[in-house]
Design a protein around this ligand. Structure first.
Ligand SMILES: C[S@@+](CC[C@H](N)C(=O)[O-])C[C@H]1O[C@@H](n2cnc3c(N)ncnc32)[C@H](O)[C@@H]1O
Length: 273
């Protein structure tokens, strides 16, 4: 079983979920997931788990910090992959502010337990205010920003995480298509960060300050591009979001009206080990 298959099987055992954006949102990829009972939060796509799989295989990070955990899909995948590559510690911080946050946290805990992810600890709190009490390491090898996507929230997350980063720490931003995420990436570039855009379902950006590390990122993700801003396209994003999110809203509406639960078996994304 691949990591993503293991995580999805464990999630199916502890929660009732639905797939969202089966073929990706802004680019080919997906599927993403949400809890059956609510339209958000929505997890990263399976293709994006594959990106983390490749990143972890390449960098073998020992420590990882995640802002925005929801029901634990991305952190479970990252923990699973890191445990097989010498990983030692992962902390997530989530304010439980989206959807039924408490239920999401319960599911994240159940997933961690089911998959025996001993290196993963999920904490409740707000970024950036609670970062100082949540961190457990002087600095982190890998930092994933996937909390509130508005401006200036993403920039505040990024700034608040700087004391826990080294020049070769790799930051990963999810959802580059959100103006708040784009803003944060552009600010990082202005501060001297080297950033690599990758065309995943929701578009991810990998960034660091160290040139040698950046060269490794570029080599590991040749499909990406070192000029994220050149890929920001409001018309394309707006059309994709409108077309693909409307189908999600309509499906949720139909489920509520008919009481149906259209769970479908989907092929798993390839690319993860
Ligand atoms: C998109 S979801 C994260 C999805 C998760 N990374 C995954 O793929 O499984 C965003 C999460 O960020 C949390 N959040 C929003 N603002 C936050 C903040 N300022 N600090 C911590 N968590 C926050 C929300 O409660 C929500 O669970």
């Amino acid at each position: 079983m691949s990591y993503v298959e293991e995580v999805v099987a464990a999630l199916d055992a502890v929660a009732d979920t639905r797939v969202v954006w089966e073929k990706g949102l802004m680019n080919a990829g997906g599927p993403h997931r949400r809890l059956a009972s609510s339209i958000s939060p929505i997890s990263i796509g399976e293709d994006e788990c594959g990106l983390f799989g490749r990143l972890i295989e390449e960098l073998e990070p020992k420590t990882c910090f995640i802002v925005g955990n929801a029901f634990g899909f991305s952190s479970a995948y990252i923990a699973k992959a890191m445990m097989d590559h010498g990983g030692e510690r992962i902390i997530t911080l989530d304010a439980q502010s989206e959807g039924d946050g408490e239920r999401c946290a319960q599911i994240a805990r159940a997933l961690t337990k089911k998959l025996e992810l001993d290196i993963l600890t999920n904490k409740k709190g707000w970024s950036p205010d609670d970062l100082a009490t949540a961190v457990e390491s002087e600095n982190y090898d890998l930092i994933f920003i996937d909390g509130c996507h508005g401006h200036p929230a993403v920039s505040k997350d990024f700034d608040g995480l700087q004391p826990y980063a080294r020049p070769d720490t790799v930051f990963v931003w999810h959802d580059f298509w959100f103006p708040g995420v784009r803003h944060s990436v552009n600010e990082a570039v202005a501060k001297g960060f080297l950033c690599h855009w990758v065309p995943t379902s929701c578009e991810m950006v990998l960034g660091c300050q160290d040139e040698a590390m950046f060269a490794r990122l570029q080599k590991a993700f040749p499909e990406g591009d070192a000029d994220p801003e050149s890929h920001f396209s409001l018309p394309r994003y707006a059309i994709n979001w409108w077309l693909k999110s409307m189908s999600v809203y309509l499906r949720v509406f139909a489920e509520r009206v008919t009481g149906a639960s259209p769970t479908r078996q989907l092929p798993r994304a390839s690319g993860d080990s």
